[in-house]
Each structure stands twice: as C-alpha cells, then as structure tokens.
Design a protein. Structure first.
Length: 163
C-alpha cells in the first residue's frame, strides 16, 4: 500500500490488482535493497524461499485438479519443496552477516532528521542518476512490471537514504 500511495495509484479503482501489485512491489523492493547493499548471502536465502514457495504452490494447484496423476505429481512437488527446507534454513542461517548489515541500515529510519538531511544532500548531488532511475521506475509502473518497479524503487531508496 505504501508503494501504491507513493505511485499515486487510485486505491478505489476496482480494476486495480492491488494485492498482486503489493506483493510483487514489496518483493521487488526487498530484492532491490539486498542488491544495492550487496547482501549476496541474503539473496541466496531469498532465492531458496522463492523456489520452495514455487514448488509448494505448483504442487497444491496440481493436486486440486483432483485426478490421480495430478495428485501424485502435486504431492511430489510439495515433497520436493519440503526437501528444500533444510538447505533453505542453512543458507538463511549463513546469511547472519547480511541480516546484521540490513538491520544496521534500517537503523537510519530511527533518526528522521538525519535521514531528511541525507536524502536532500544525496538528491542534490546526484540529480541526474536519480532522475533516470525515477523515469525507469515510472516506465515500469506504467507497464505494470510490479516486481521491476519495486526493485528499482528499493535500489533508489538505499542510494538516496544511505549517508
């Protein structure tokens, strides 16, 4: 909803896919933030989660076709998703340093006056690249490329708000 508000998208429009957009924009923002902060181990953890979720959803959808072949294939996909959990857990636990870096970066939001000063300074000193990134984000939003918009927006957020 934050991204929708920032993008000035009308919330009351019945045709607007708000839940889908929110999910993709949020995922894209997280991805853009992790890329901009170079949190490589956290990216592996997120990729593992995404792969596991994909298998689980595909398996569930297949099972609900309610024929024996699809139920069997769906259960196999769901079991594959569960088999990924130990590796996912290990990869996410190995990302401790990245989680700490992300947590330290998020501390900037506890100092709003410093944050505003940093944003003003960074915007003033880098107006060209930020203008290009904002134009790209607008193009992505217009094309309903929610994830890519979130990714661009997340990277811009880190760049603008980091001292």
């Amino acid at each position: 909803m934050v991204a929708r508000s920032l993008a000035l998208v009308p919330i009351d429009n019945e045709d607007f896919p708000s839940i889908q957009m929110d999910a993709y924009v949020s995922a894209g923002m997280l991805w853009g933030i992790t890329e901009e902060l170079h949190l490589d181990k956290l990216e592996v953890c997120i990729n593992d989660m995404r792969s596991s979720k994909t298998y689980m959803v595909e398996g569930w959808d297949q099972m609900w076709r309610l024929n024996s072949e699809d139920i069997n294939n769906g259960m196999i996909k769901m079991l594959n998703a569960l088999d990924m959990v130990p590796n996912l857990q290990e990869d996410c636990m190995n990302a401790n340093e990245d989680w700490t870096t992300l947590d330290n970066w998020l501390d900037i939001f506890f100092h709003p006056f410093d944050l505003i000063g940093t944003a003003k300074r960074n915007l003033r000193n880098n107006v060209g690249p930020y203008t290009e990134a904002a134009e790209l984000a607008q193009e992505q939003l217009d094309a309903e490329e929610w994830f890519e918009f979130g990714r661009t927006f997340g990277a811009m957020t880190v760049s603008i708000l980091t001292p």
